[in-house]
Design a protein around this ligand. Structure first.
Ligand code: MIG
Length: 823
């Protein structure tokens, strides 16, 4: 270690001033306490008076900052960041008052304030003030460049851009409105985006009740902190938003590849009251030929609301129901809440075995805590114990044997009735018995925000043990940073209102930027009664969102897609069908998500940074992968004409396959001139565009992802720059893809002087796909019909001048090949 105890006041102050435009107050603060910088091979220790700040580089683009106000750093443990990632190091180059890596520099000024810059010297993150001690907690302050935008914090309500807003980190069971905070999840992570698209991320790894104030209280100062626990945060450098999303996924772990059926349409209801009602729902979907992959069982399938039981009268034969549904290609997902009925001496095994194993959370007095929830008096598994998670996972044995495909973990904030706080007492006692942690007790105040995540983890890991060759599907309501490793999520109890439909977009986009790629909002709205138009519009938009689940509350009108009569049903069906046709594209995006953490649903600026200065509403438009853009009206009930900003580079209309019709919008103050698509809303139409330079794989219509499509794989080619498409296939359900049983292939297209070349790349993996042929449709074709040549042989071409397409049918191309189209 290089030790350079700098008695700094003059030396470092002047060097800091020379190197960094630190906040103006730097020059006038009271004499700074002596600052000692000690270099480490992977970073530095900075001592300011009592305080110790350790800044280490985990990788060239990721820093970890730990601060001990009293000079000690506290326990080095995390529920979010795996130990191997936390302890990764990279060697750094010492500077006079800091260090650098190839991607960033970290320096401190005379007052100990940290500045992180990217390789070209742009400030990514800069302390505005020294750390502040607040009771048992702390607050940090970062400068907010005037024109930077802030995203993240998961599905918190409010606008897409968090600037000017303040939020509380405290998982809460809250039927919500647009300004309700906090709600179900706490993901203390934000992405900061400069007007030119440069981005960085900051993750505060602290589970206590905390807050983020993005310049609401004090303009241009971002304050965040927590009421207890360690000061332990990560700064992620990235040259783009995508880099930051990917690096955050490396830090906390990407969502694993989901089962294919998760991407299908899902029908839920609080509750379907009997097995026969479930059979009837499935039968009607099949009769009306609306594709469907899953039906959910909400709490009423249980006996007296007791988790892991079934009502013997209404659901007498779960295995039989699952079998019948399987015959219809429908999977069953069952809710399994964490509150275990406190039912001693009644032969209720979850309670009896839980007591025997000492698996329940204790009250401050040391006795098992009992709180009232759906089953009445209930006890709460202590999910911070590895042993308890193991026991919990085992409770799924019988349902797993019955063949129930997925499980739904609700109420895991945890929600407890009767208290105004809606949760258990903060002095309840949890036990942390967990590799990587000191074995100790912790109050509920510390554990609350990770309780739901550890619940979903116990479910996920339990299912993997019970069915080692099947990808688990878990849907959780509460979670914390990193929870995407175990479960998909939904935004909780929304309402059947136009405004709630509008909110789905910023909520799901921010979840996606916060690691949760697989998320959905209850389609048609949980509470209340939607108009037929609202439900129809909701289905249209949600058909392009990651989890497409129709769900509604007890006592509200039914929402199955046929309920509003044949005209509405026909529109809804068309959108469900559109999603199923798009399944090969969606599944290739899911593969990308598993590898990189990039979500299916992306803000337009994530892929096209010029959207940042378009002056368009980026809170309602979204991308599906990189290539498809969905553009509902800024207010989805509005019938007024609106403009859709199309990022530079050319777009096609997804529905007609023709180049998008655009008009020039003149520039105005701060907004550049651009081409826009002008849309006058019609209920049966949702504007969807495809980027010029895309190859979108599609498939023949099926009624369930379990059904093998009949016919060829369609490749819709939209010529343009960087033209690329991705194919991914596997068995959709097992882990065999990890052992090579998958197919991944890149296809590119290039505009040539005489036409087009479509190049098939080498295929990875050894999975045999369902298709044997390819139906290639090239869009935007003008002029005469081309000759098509594949590997020296002419192939037949059908040109449709009216549609502007040429179509070619060729056999599947499993190895490198080029198809040339020449006029
Ligand atoms: O107290 O299980 O958010 O989706 O239908 C309500 C019944 C409990 C809340 C969930 C909702 C679910 C409902 N649950």
């Amino acid at each position: 270690m290089i030790r350079r105890a700098l008695l700094v006041s003059t030396l470092l102050a002047s060097s800091a001033l020379a190197l960094s435009p630190s906040p103006a107050s730097a020059a006038v603060v009271a004499p700074a306490p002596a600052l000692h910088v000690t270099m480490r091979p992977d970073g530095m220790d900075v001592r300011t008076g009592q305080q110790l700040m350790r800044v280490t580089a985990l990788a060239a683009g990721a820093l970890r900052v730990r601060i001990g106000l009293d000079g000690t750093l506290g326990e080095d443990a995390s529920w979010a960041v795996p130990e191997a990632v936390r302890h990764a190091t990279t060697s750094v180059k010492p500077l006079l008052n800091g260090f650098s890596t190839p991607d960033l520099t970290a320096t401190v000024d005379a007052a100990g304030r940290l500045t992180v810059r990217d390789a070209s010297g742009h400030i990514l993150s800069q302390d505005a003030e020294p750390v502040e001690k607040r009771h048992n907690g702390f607050a940090l302050a970062k400068a907010m460049p005037q024109n930077d935008r802030y995203f993240g914090l998961g599905d918190k309500t409010g606008p897409l851009d968090r600037r000017g807003m303040a939020y509380t980190m405290w998982n809460t069971d809250a039927g919500f409105q647009e300004t309700t905070d906090p709600i179900y999840k706490s993901i203390p992570y934000y992405i900061q985006v400069a007007p030119d698209g440069r981005a960085s991320g900051l993750f505060l790894d602290n589970t206590w009740r905390g807050f983020f104030d993005f310049g609401k209280t004090e303009r241009d100062t971002l304050r965040f902190g927590a009421e207890g626990g360690p000061i332990d945060y990560y700064v992620i450098a990235g040259s783009t938003v995508k880099d930051v999303v990917e690096r955050y996924a490396k830090l906390t772990g990407p969502s694993p590849l989901p089962p294919l059926w998760m991407l299908g349409f899902q029908q839920s209801r609080y509750s379907y009251m009997s097995a026969d009602e479930v059979r009837g729902i499935a039968a009607r979907y099949r009769k009306d030929q609306i594709p469907l992959d899953a039906i959910y069982l909400d709490i009423d399938y249980q006996d007296r609301n007791r988790p892991f039981t079934t009502n013997p009268k209404t659901f007498p034969d779960m295995a039989g129901l699952v079998r019948d549904m399987k015959a219809e290609d429908v999977r069953i997902v069952a809710i399994t809440d964490l509150h275990i009925a406190a039912a001693p001496g009644q032969g209720y095994a979850p309670f009896d075995t839980g007591m025997a194993g000492d698996h329940f959370v204790k009250a401050a007095n040391g006795r098992v805590y009992v709180g009232k929830v759906w089953p009445g008096p209930a006890v709460f598994p202590d999910f911070t114990r590895a042993k308890t998670r193991d026991w919990w996972g085992g409770l799924y044995k019988s349902f797993a044997d019955d063949g129930i495909a997925g499980f739904w973990n609700d109420m895991n904030e945890p929600a407890v009735f009767t208290y105004p706080s809606k949760t258990m007492p903060l002095d309840n006692i949890h036990r942390i018995e967990e590799p990587g942690f000191q074995t100790r007790t912790a109050t509920h105040a510390e554990i609350h925000n990770i309780f739901g995540m550890e619940n979903s983890r116990a479910t996920y890991e339990g299912l993997l043990k019970l069915r080692p060759d099947e990808r688990p599907f878990v849907l959780t309501r509460a979670s914390y940073a990193g929870g995407q490793r175990y479960a998909a999520t939904w935004t909780g109890d929304n309402m059947a209102s136009w405004n709630h439909l509008r909110m789905t977009v910023p909520m799901l986009l921010n979840l996606g930027m916060s690691g949760f790629a697989w998320s959905g909002a209850d389609v048609t709205g949980f509470g209340g009664a939607p108009s037929a138009d609202l439900s129809t519009r909701w289905v249209e938009i949600a058909a392009f969102q990651p989890i497409f689940r129709d769900h509604s509350a007890v006592g509200t009108p039914h929402r199955e897609l046929w309920v509003d009569g044949p005209q509405h049903e026909a529109i809804r069906k068309r959108f469900v069908e559109a999603r199923y046709r798009l399944m090969p594209y969606l599944y290739a995006v899911a593969d990308e998500t598993a590898r990189t953490g990039l979500p299916m649903m992306r803000p337009v600026f994530m892929t096209y940074p010029d959207a940042l200065d378009s002056g368009c509403d980026d809170g309602t438009t979204f991308l599906v992968g990189d290539k498809i853009m969905v553009a509902p009206a800024p207010f989805p009930e509005s019938t007024g004409t609106y403009d859709i900003c199309l990022p530079k580079g050319g777009w096609y209309d997804y529905w007609t396959g023709k180049p998008a019709q655009t008009v020039a919008r003149p520039g105005s103050q701060g907004v550049r001139a651009m081409q826009v698509a002008r849309e006058t809303p019609r209920l049966d139409h949702l504007p969807v565009f495809v980027r010029a330079g895309s190859i979108i794989p599609r498939q023949p219509l099926v009624q369930s992802t379990m059904e093998t499509p009949k016919g060829a794989l369609e490749l819709a080619v939209y010529p343009g720059d960087d033209c690329v498409g991705l194919l991914y296939a596997d068995d959709g359900r097992s882990l065999d893809y990890r052992r090579g049983a998958y197919l991944r292939q890149t296809i590119r297209c290039t505009v040539t002087p005489t036409g087009l070349a479509i190049e098939f790349g080498a295929r990875e993996g050894h999975y045999q796909p369902w298709w044997q042929g390819l139906d290639i449709v090239v869009h935007g074709w003008t002029g005469s019909a081309p000759k098509a040549v594949l590997g020296g042989n002419a192939v037949a071409v059908v040109a449709d001048a009216g549609a502007g397409t040429v179509s070619i049918h060729i056999p599947d191309q499993a190895s490198v090949a080029t198809l040339r189209l020449d006029r």
